[in-house]
Structure formats: structure tokens, C-alpha cells
Ligand binder design. Sequence first.
Ligand code: KIV
Ligand code: ZN
Length: 393
Amino acid sequence: MTNTIVPADPGRVLIFDTTLRDGEQSPGATMTHEEKLEIAEMLDEMGVDIIEAGFPIASEGDFAAVSEISKRSKDAVICGLSRANFKDIDRCWEAVKHAAKPRIHTFIGTSPLHRAIPNLTMDEMAERIHETVTHARNLCDNVQWSPMDATRTEHDYLCRVVEIAIKAGATTINIPDTVGYTAPKESAELIRMLLERVPGADEIIFATHCHNDLGMATANSLAAVEAGARQIECTINGLGERAGNTALEEVVMALKVRHDIMPFTTGVESKKLMNISRRVAAVSGFPVQFNKAIVGKNAFAHESGIHQDGMLKNAETFEIMRPEDVGLAATNLVMGKHSGRAALRDKLKQLGIEVGDNQLKDIFVRFKDLADRKKEVYDDDILALVRVSEDAT
Ligand code: KIV
Ligand code: ZN
């Protein structure tokens, strides 16, 4: 079996970004055609391996965006989503065929709840999977298949349909936790079980696709990788339906910072994370929560005196990664009521103001008084305090 992007390095994890498909499915996150092209270009430039650019049959707009992204793609594989029918798959191929590296992604819900929707028996669904994956593979040599709601599918049936998809030519098998129901131990066990039980499983790539309904998407994705999955499906800022998808920036930085215990690498240039995070927030209209890991406004900000003092002496005291590594210029020592004298002295120095101990003491008293009344004390406030202090002495 040929798989066009199986990395030679067994520790290399492929990053599959679905911001433009699953992310955009988030109610209210619709992006314009131009915005999608811009985000796709940024993803390609930052080293994402596969970009799921959209769902071509969903609308004329999605078809146009996936086609244009395919035409403009450079290094990334461009993937489109399709349901398990020939019409969807053909439409998907029409859009992605322009890419240097196209991929068709086709899926069907395999859990009992999802099987009930098209009202197919287990055998009928198995036959549908065989036919549709075969059809996709006749069009494209890079085919991904997903049993939607895999984590709530009976294990025997999951093994059976995964084997059928592999035999029909799927080169990547994605295991979605569609409703964010699994937990790390179970996520790992599921991948391990498939690798052990399914004939041909060692010839394809297993992907993990997690949703964050219980806040475990990142942990579940990493657990799946430790068990043998080699593709993580994720979105910028964790954008996605309901509580979102696995956040790309979280898995990339977790694998980088804790390489000692998770010896896997990605091809993503982490210095580009902050920029794309801000751009996706702007075009989707979904602001990033202040305390969001990696890219939140407060992820590299410190207000408490103890933390600020520690940071001024050695940044590693309270930061496990460098702000520059995610594309941020510097740590932000926020001046507020918890700040101490060391941070105030440092702030004054940054503002080009040298003061003696007595004046620092005076400004510090005024600063604390102001900080008690104000959430954050800005540079202009501090400059004003210096002037008041000078006038008073
Ligand atoms: O969450 C999910 O199951 C999906 C599939 C279409 C892969 O997004
Ligand atoms: Zn999903």
C-alpha cells in the first residue's frame, strides 16, 4: 500500500489542521473566501502537514474556497471532507484535485446512535464503507476515512469497519471522539486495540480527532499519540463546534516543551503561533479567552509580587516556555495591586526613569493606592505618579 505522506521518522507526528472545516462549523465562525485563503496560506507557511480546507459539497462557497486553496497550496496536503456517497466524494475530488498533494477525507457515523440516522444495518454500512472508500481511492492515492463517533462504537464493529476501509485503500484512518466523550486512558487503549487487532493497521497512519466537551481534547490527543497515533487533528485556538476541537497550539507546544517524556516532533514552526491565533480570532469573531494556554493574553503575564520578583531574577521560575518561542516579544509584567517594589523599579527603568530608594518608596505607596482602585495600572498612570511624587518632594 502506498501512503504518500508516511514520515520516515517514527517519532514524527503529522499535524492536520481543520480550522477551515471543523473550526468554521462552529456557529457564528463563518469566514469569507479571502479570509480562508489567508488562513490557509499561513497554515501552509507555518509547517502544518495537512490542511482540511472545507466541505466542498456543503456550499458553492466552500467548493470555491477548497479549489482555490488547492491551487495556491505549497507544501501542505490539501484535504476536503465528504460524506459516504459518490456524489460528495466526486465533488470533493473536483475541488482538491488542483493541489500538488490532494487528499479525500470521507466519513460515516458508526456508533449505534449514528447508524440509526441513515437506518443502515451493520452489514449495509460495512458495504457502504467498502464502496465509498474504493471509489475515493480510485480518484486519489491519498484517502482518509473516519468512523464518526468512533469512541462510542462497539469495538468489534470498529475493528471490522477499519479493516474494510484499509483493504479498500484508505491510507489514513482517523478515530474521532466526535462528542468529546473519551478520557486519556481510554483514548490510548482504543488506538492500541486497533493497532493490535486490525490486519494491515501497521501500514497506515492512525489519526486522533478530539473534541473538548469535557476539557480533555489535548490530553486525549496526546494519549492517542503515545499509543501509536501519528496524526493529530486540531484547530487554531481550539475553534470548533460546542466546546471546540483540540487546540493546535497546545499539542504543538506540549510536544515541544515535554519532549523529555513525549519524544515526538511536529513540523510546525512554533514562533508563528501567536500571529495565526490572533488572525483566526479576528476573522472568526471568536476572541481568545484571557487564560487560554499558549496564546491567551495572560499566558505570559504576571501580576503578583512574588511571581514578578521571581521572573525578574530568572524567567524559568514561573514560565515553562519562552514567549519568543510562540511568537510573543516578551513576558508581560502587569502592574496591579499584587505587584511588588522590584517590578515597579523594573517598570520605571523600562520607562527610562531612574529613582533613588526614597522616591521609589514614595511612588510605590502612591502606586498601591491607585492599584487598589484600578484593575491595571498602565505606563501613563505610572508616569503621572512619578510627576506627582516629584512635585510633592
Ligand atoms: O468530529 C467528527 O467526528 C468529525 C468528523 C467529520 C471527522 O469532525
Ligand atoms: Zn470533529
